[in-house]
Design a protein around this ligand. Structure first.
Ligand SMILES: Nc1ncnc2c1ncn2[C@@H]1O[C@H](COP(=O)(O)OP(=O)(O)OP(=O)(O)O)[C@@H](O)[C@H]1O
Ligand SMILES: [Mg+2]
Length: 468
């Protein structure tokens, strides 16, 4: 974090110092909301969690080296006490962002990205591209909301050159709130799909309008990077005064051409821009990464990087965040594809296409699919459609996990000739799976976060101890 004394923090957030003998004590490490991540120099932010209250961990956080706690009440250790901790965290991030980007500052370039799918994958690629050019801080994992974004800003340092921020939106106004904390100069929109469809009243136009808050926030000397293959994204050009740079496969200034998949399902393509071309061979699985890599490349090129260098860095880039098309080879010849972090109809389709390519028609594909959440009125039809998609994609065996919606997927898959079993939960799915996996199988695990299939993937891939 950009160094700040406790008094400066208190002033920035309108807080009062309690139990703080030294108001000049300086916070110079990131803010954390998990006391186990507290380290010497950090600031512990006491937020209410799902199961507990951060205030209960103020003591351990300070014992681990946190300089103070941002809290809603005195906690017996040095604290900046405020009426509302999240508001104060937001305010602190706003202050730090202004310092980093404001007049006379080192000139951090803030790059924000949003979209229905591929945000984290693209963000991770972009962090690797820009990180090779200069000091870069990017959103960790998928910390893309009103808590994660301020924490990311607070992890930037005085020498940070690029700040890459993933921005999520589950309703109108979310992104405007985030860009209000730290105004981006470069904004990328990956695509508009079906994620969070329910919360947007089933309307893709409403999703597009929410995502377009990002480009609307760009300054006229900024840069909007838009997906030329997605008409909903392209329509956002009308909402920004910033110059537009487009990317895509069928169209776009930064283009992916001659796309191929190798036997393992890793894509390669020719990246072109302004007459220059370079072949890119990705180390990541699934054709969808072509779009993500092209989007990340467009941002880097827009910021002045050279095409040959971008292509080289893309070849070296790796999957940074777990639970997304994470491929593990088990010693018994079973391949596990863990895409269990989350799911919506688009990403299900993408994952099914990817495993079909990886299997190459030679290996048995087993899909363990949990239900997709947040689809609203479209939920029933989308789950039935998923069953038809499973059948069409060549999956031999389906284990559908869940209740009524999983039953719809199961029913359509059976009708399409897939050997399918409906099970109630993850444990039942695991038991069934472990009993029938055989050498050469390719297993895909995917569902909404609440289905908890990440844990199933972890247990499938953990080293097996062979009994006595
Ligand atoms: N460009 C893309 N187009 C369609 N689907 C994609 C694309 N990129 C990734 N996906 C699918 O979406 C899944 C999630 O990818 P990723 O985590 O990058 O997206 P996200 O937008 O960050 O998701 P979240 O909203 O959960 O943070 C991937 O595992 C893959 O199945
Ligand atoms: Mg994400």
């Amino acid at each position: 974090m950009v160094p700040m004394t406790l008094q400066q923090i208190a002033d920035a957030v309108g807080g009062v110092l309690y139990d703080a003998p030294d108001p000049e004590a300086t916070v110079d490490r990131p803010a954390v909301i998990d006391s186990r991540l507290a380290e010497p120099g950090s600031l512990f932010v006491a937020l209410p969690g799902e199961h507990t209250d951060g205030h209960l961990f103020a003591g351990p956080a300070v014992a681990a080296g946190a300089i103070a706690v941002l809290a809603a009440r005195p906690v017996g250790v040095p604290a900046v006490v405020v009426p509302d901790v999240l508001t104060a965290l937001t305010e602190l991030a706003r202050t730090v962002a202004a310092r980093l980007t404001g007049p006379g500052a080192a000139g951090v370039q803030v790059v924000a990205l949003t979209g229905s799918a591929g945000k984290t994958s693209t963000k991770d690629l972009l962090a690797q591209l820009l990180g090779a050019l200069d000091s870069t801080v990017a959103t960790a994992r998928s910390f893309n909301n009103e808590i994660g974004l301020p924490l990311t800003v607070l992890s930037a340092e005085a020498g940070t050159r690029y700040l890459v921020l993933e921005m999520g939106a589950s309703r109108a106004g979310h992104i405007a709130h985030l860009t209000g904390i730290v105004p981006p100069r470069v904004g990328l929109v990956t695509n508009v799909g079906t994620a969070h469809l329910g919360e947007f009243g089933g309307s893709k136009e409403a999703i597009a309008a929410a995502k377009s808050e990002l480009v609307a926030a760009l300054p006229s000397d900024g840069l909007a990077v838009l997906n030329a293959d997605d008409p909903y994204v392209m329509s956002m050009a009308a909402r920004t005064t910033a110059p537009v740079l487009t990317f895509g496969r069928a169209a776009g200034e930064v283009r992916a051409e001659q796309i191929e998949l190798d036997q393992a399902g890793r894509p390669s393509f020719t990246l072109t821009y302004r007459g220059a071309r370079a072949r890119v061979r990705l180390g990541m699985y699934g054709e969808h990464h072509v779009a993500n890599a092209t989007a990340a490349a467009a941002v880097a090129l827009g910021l002045g990087a050279q095409l040959a260098q971008v292509a080289e860095l893309l070849c070296a880039a790796r999957q940074l965040t777990s639970g997304r098309m994470e491929v593990s080879e088990r010693p018994d010849g079973v391949t596990v594809v863990n895409d269990a972090f989350n799911a919506n109809p688009d990403s299900m389709a993408v994952a099914l296409r990817a495993v079909a390519a990886m299997a190459g028609g030679r290996r048995r594909v087993v899909a363990v699919l949990g239900e997709m959440r947040e689809l609203g009125a479209a939920s029933m039809s989308e789950h039935a459609e998923l069953g038809r998609r499973v059948a069409a994609s060549g999956v031999a065996r389906l284990i559908a996990v869940g209740g009524g919606e999983a039953a719809l997927t199961h029913g359509e898959a059976v009708a399409g000739g897939v050997a399918s079993t409906l099970v109630a939960d993850r444990e039942a799915a695991l038991e069934l799976l472990l009993g029938e996996l055989r050498r050469g199988d390719l297993v895909l695990l995917k569902g909404s976060h609440t289905a908890g299939l990440e844990e199933a993937a972890r247990r499938l891939t953990e080293p097996v101890t062979v009994g006595s």
